[in-house]
Design a binder for this molecule. Structure first.
Ligand SMILES: *[C@@H]1O[C@H](CO)[C@@H](O)[C@H](O)[C@H]1NC(C)=O
Ligand SMILES: *[C@@H]1O[C@H](CO)[C@@H](O)[C@H](O)[C@H]1NC(C)=O
Ligand SMILES: *[C@@H]1O[C@H](CO)[C@@H](O)[C@H](O)[C@H]1NC(C)=O
Length: 511
């Protein structure tokens, strides 16, 4: 048996060629008698016919054939392929498969590229979404920031300074900085000293009562503002050389007009609502305007350009007043707040609300700059101390909206005009009304002003009236305007009066 196996193994090693056909068998078997290799199909037929092994002629049965297990997928290489044509064919096949492989690689590359570009596109889109969300977040934060003071106010909290200090990072007023306070105090001491020195002396060149009685229109500037919506609503005079006036109109325009040589110096365009108050900033060539459009603005007189738009108020701004240090502005709004802001930087240092949430309709700095008066829609006038923003006094004699106020240069009188058809004179030392002037029936008061010498008071309304201060007696009534007079200012030493009117004219009155 051992010998036989050896024999078989030798024949398998020697050749795997069929002993009958001479070809490589597809289903090779080996004879256990002679060790010869045969194609099964052929040897079985041979055994059927002869019953012997063709190799040595000994008897052979089919059961004596042993199958050779060769791996089915390895195709035998045919001997002829070893020749040159075979080599060529092999190379051809090799080349074909490389080309096929290259093709699949290219296809994979293509699809990978597509996947990559898709991923990049998604990344890009995600980045854009993130950017948009960040923008929306910023906008929401800003909206919240502007909303906060309103919420505090509508909660009825008059004292919202603490919460504002906390919100300092969102640009809310932080209170008046130390250097500004110092400036205010210094200016206050200086002005108070000057006032004391002046005493009650009346300037020599001051117009007399008789002179004022003879005042009539000596100059009229027609149609400074548009016809629709027509009418000049307010006026202020430049107190340097008294040659320029600034007017505000129902048309939202702020116009600076010069007397001599006569021309329009600046037409300031920008407000989108009626102008309620205008004010010259002495020595700075700047005018201020308060408007129904909820903003107040600072304008450069030289070119009519807007320097700052103050958007701190949430309601129509009814008043602006320039601090006697000339760097700061007081503004007041129907949203029941007043604000103290820096004209040069546009920063608001303080925003205070009325303790009873009354809309503020008039506001004025005291000529010494330490206190201010704020008149409300119900007629209450509050005196505020500026440094601590403390309520110093309440004047409650008016029965209706305060429309205009003016501090006397003597430092202790405040005159106020109200829709209740009265002008009241308050004494700040006694904290009470010392005089009530009742206007004729159906009179409409718009403005009140005391002259620089504290001697005369002018009331603008249905007509123009001048009063003498000490006696509070009427000096003259000027009826030249053809519609309501909306504002009035004195010239130096009361040498003239200038007024604005809904008849769209500015008129100068003098001897
Ligand atoms: C496979 O494809 C690349 C790109 O088209 C080509 O540069 C390269 O020659 C190709 N390879 C073969 C072996 O053809
Ligand atoms: C008022 O008149 C006096 C004397 O004529 C003059 O010295 C003074 O400067 C005048 N006041 C103003 C504000 O012009
Ligand atoms: C003025 O009135 C308000 C509220 O009506 C009050 O909070 C404030 O203390 C008053 N001020 C003075 C000085 O009485």
């Amino acid at each position: 048996m051992r010998r036989r196996l050896h024999l078989i193994w030798t024949s398998v090693k020697m050749s795997l060629i069929c002993g009958l056909s001479g070809e490589v068998p597809e289903d090779p078997v080996v004879s256990s008698i002679s060790g010869g290799v045969y194609e099964r199909r052929l040897i079985e037929k041979y055994v059927d016919e002869y019953g012997t092994d063709p190799n040595n002629g000994e008897a052979l049965a089919k059961e004596q054939l042993i199958a050779i297990k060769a791996p089915k997928f390895v195709k035998p290489k045919l001997a002829p392929l070893a020749g040159v044509p075979g080599l060529l064919k092999t190379l051809q096949d090799e080349w074909d498969s490389v080309m096929l492989y290259n093709h699949t690689l290219k296809q994979q590359l293509q699809s990978t590229r597509q996947e990559l570009s898709h991923a990049l596109y998604q990344h890009d889109a995600a980045c854009r979404v993130i950017a948009r969300l960040q923008k929306e977040l910023a906008a929401a934060r800003e909206a919240l920031a502007t909303l906060k003071p309103q919420i505090v106010m509508s909660n009825g909290g008059g004292d919202h300074r603490e919460s504002m200090a906390e919100d300092g990072d969102i640009g809310q007023p932080m209170g008046i900085p130390e250097p500004v306070l110092k400036k205010i105090v210094t200016r206050n001491e200086q002005l108070t000293a000057e006032r004391k020195q002046r005493g009650k002396a009346v300037p020599e060149g001051l117009a007399t009562v008789d002179q004022i009685k003879g005042y009539h229109v000596t100059h009229s500037i027609p149609s400074l503002h548009k016809t629709t919506p027509g009418g000049i609503t307010c006026i202020d005079i430049q107190t340097g050389d008294y040659k320029q006036v600034v007017t505000g109109g129902n048309d939202g325009m702020v116009v600076v007009h010069q007397r001599d040589p006569e021309n329009v110096v600046a037409s300031c365009k920008g407000h989108t609502g009626k102008i309620n108050r205008v004010a010259f900033v002495p020595t700075k060539n700047v005018v201020l305007s308060a408007s129904d459009d909820k903003t107040f603005r600072a304008w450069n007189v030289e070119d009519g350009k807007c320097l700052h738009t103050f958007g701190i108020h949430r309601g129509a701004v009814k008043a602006v007043s320039v601090h006697p240090a000339w760097d700061y502005v007081l503004s007041a709004s129907l949203d029941s707040t007043w604000a103290f802001s820096d004209i040069a930087t546009g920063r608001t240092y303080r925003l205070e609300s009325d303790p009873d949430n009354l809309g503020i309709t008039a506001a004025q700095f005291h000529p010494d700059g330490m206190i201010l008066a704020a008149g409300t829609s119900r007629g209450i006038i509050r005196i505020w101390e500026i440094r601590q923003a403390e309520s110093a006094a309440n004047f409650t004699d008016h029965l209706d909206e305060v429309v205009g106020m003016s501090f006397s240069e003597n430092g202790y009188h405040l005159v106020s005009a109200s829709k209740d058809n009265t002008v009241q004179v308050w004494d700040l030392r006694k904290l009470k009304t010392i005089k009530t002037i009742t206007m004729p029936d159906n009179y409409k008061i718009n403005d009140v002003v005391v002259d620089q010498s504290a001697t005369y008071m002018a009331v603008a309304g249905t007509d123009l009236k001048v009063y003498r201060c000490k006696e509070w007696s009427e000096v003259v009534t000027l009826k030249e305007h053809t519609a309501d007079v909306t504002g009035v200012r004195f010239g130096p030493n009361a040498s003239f009066l200038v007024s604005s009117s809904l008849d769209r004219s500015v008129k100068y009155f003098s001897e």
